[in-house]
Write a protein that binds this ligand. Structure first.
Ligand SMILES: Nc1ncnc2c1ncn2[C@@H]1O[C@H](COP(=O)(O)OP(=O)(O)O)[C@@H](O)[C@H]1O
Ligand SMILES: [Mg+2]
Length: 470
């Protein structure tokens, strides 16, 4: 090992540590990213060389630390269980050239891949996560998790607690994953959506995601591509195309995917409407803000209120109108009612006077007479809709679901409905919570179950009232 970061290979060639693994371009990008971010996730699809990168990156970092004088450093490689660890990593590390190091089991460290002494004697300790006694209270200068979405969130918190090594001030956490493991939600929240809980706020700038697709890996053979291309549509979208929004089974809107999610803002000069699913407690009142733009329908904001009186919700929605106008066209307007004494009617008129548009119409999913009256008082015309049984079976609700499906993705892959990323509750419903009933034979029926459907029902009502059907 030389301080300049080069080493001599088994056949006597001097090469740079960074050339040892022969990373692809995406893998090299993941390296650069992980070098400067503490928590890096690589991949989000099947086959871009995730497992290869994880072990390659750990070997490299051990060699680079050795070049700086840090010897016998330990890093960890984790999978959800032992068979997976063996399949993805142990079997591959066992085939690394002997002049570099070898897989062996030692008294102190258990199973690991050990670099030879002349390369610093560092080791990748191989661990499976379903046996917590094997890693708790251990210390690692680096941690790699292969298939992170197969592990629940507490695994991340526990492993972070083990990330330290005397004398090393740049420990790393790297992970690679498909987008659809059983526990994908928390990974998607942190790395894809940058939605951090309170306890991670202080470190949120240290998270980085490097997406990679199978086509970024020139080493995949024709068989592999045949497998990817012949997968059922949802699995193909996840594995081949790296879609993080198609994972859950039995969703009412199973075609809803990342192409339905947008950062686009509404056009301030164009009219917009709201859709409401009325509720008080425990069910929320869900309010969506919707604008039609050419051939698309943009859901650009949402409110979910629990235990809100009608007038409180309407005041909050007028506030959202004000915030939206200020965000898109900041004129330093002032909120007309700082003391909160104005009626919603007066408030709505004051906002209009300041050039703040308010909804032209409300589509309401229940009878909700009190809400409709209050909306009218605030100059927002309201129309309601109740699902009815139709002759020959089925219901108008089922018909509204069918129409909404078409707007989410039609037969020609056109996606009329676009939802802004800020609509967290609606997105959670559409991509995770809003499911069909499970039939007695274990198959999903084409009939939504009650529950996580508040924003979705508001949307269906709006579609029914404004886009055909009714
Ligand atoms: N940089 C590379 N050089 C040579 N082969 C690679 C490289 N990266 C990946 N591969 C090969 O590509 C295949 C898929 O890689 P793997 O890491 O198993 O993918 P993933 O974990 O993303 O599904 C494996 O055969 C692996 O050895
Ligand atoms: Mg893998």
């Amino acid at each position: 090992m030389r301080r300049d970061g080069s080493l001599v290979t088994g056949d006597g060639r001097r090469i740079s540590i960074l050339d040892l693994m022969g990373f692809t371009e995406k893998q090299a990008l993941a390296r650069e990213t992980a070098d400067v971010n503490q928590y890096t996730v690589y991949g989000g699809s099947r086959g871009p060389g995730k497992s290869y990168w994880l072990r390659g990156y750990e070997i490299e970092r051990l060699l680079r630390w050795a070049a700086q004088g840090h010897r016998h450093v330990r890093v960890g490689m984790f999978c959800e269980d032992y068979p997976s660890l063996k399949d993805r990593q142990i079997s591959k590390l066992a085939r690394m050239p002997k002049w570099l190091g070898e897989v062996k089991s030692t008294q102190d460290d258990g199973l690991g891949f050990h670099l030879r002494e002349e390369f610093g004697g560092g080791a990748i300790l191989l661990r499976n996560l379903n046996d917590t006694t094997k890693y708790q209270s251990a210390e690692f200068a680096g941690i790699a998790v292969d298939e992170l979405t197969r592990n629940p969130e507490n695994v991340f918190d526990e492993l972070r607690g083990s990330l330290r090594w005397p004398g090393i001030d740049d420990p790393f956490f790297v992970a690679a994953t498909n987008p659809n493991g059983r526990f994908f939600t928390w990974v998607r929240k942190l790395w894809i959506e940058h939605d951090f809980p309170e306890h991670l706020q202080a470190v949120k700038d240290r998270f980085a995601y490097v997406p990679a697709l199978p086509r970024d890996n020139p080493y995949l053979g024709a068989d592999y591509w045949n497998m990817l291309d012949s997968l059922p549509a949802r699995l193909r979208a996840a594995w081949r195309d790296g879609d993080w929004y198609v994972a859950a089974e039995g969703l009412v809107y199973d075609a809803f995917g990342s192409d339905n999610i947008t950062h686009q803002e509404p056009e301030l000069g164009l009219p917009f409407e709201i859709a409401v699913d009325d509720g008080y407690s425990p069910d929320p009142r869900a309010i969506l803000f919707i604008q039609r733009r050419g051939s698309s329908v943009l859901v650009f904001d949402e409110l979910y209120h629990i235990k809100f009186l009608e007038e409180q919700s309407i005041r909050a929605l007028l506030d959202t109108c004000y915030q939206t106008a200020e965000r898109l066209d900041p004129r330093g307007r002032t909120w007309p009612d700082p003391d909160g004494g104005m009626s919603n009617d007066a408030l709505a008129r004051a906002l209009l006077d300041q050039g703040v548009p308010i909804p032209e119409l409300a589509a309401v999913s229940h009878e909700a007479p009190a809400l409709r009256r209050r909306l009218r008082e605030a100059n927002i015309p309201a129309r309601n809709w109740l699902s009815k049984k139709v002759r020959g079976g089925g219901s108008t609700r089922a018909a509204a679901v069918t129409t909404t499906r078409e707007l989410i993705c039609d037969g020609r892959q056109h996606r009329t409905i676009q939802v802004h990323q800020r609509c967290r509750n609606l997105l959670d419903e559409l991509t995770m919570g809003y499911k069909n009933k499970l039939g007695p034979d274990g198959r999903y029926l084409d009939e939504p179950e009650d529950g996580n459907d508040h924003g979705a029902q508001a949307l269906e009502s709006w579609v029914w009232l404004r886009m055909g059907g009714a």
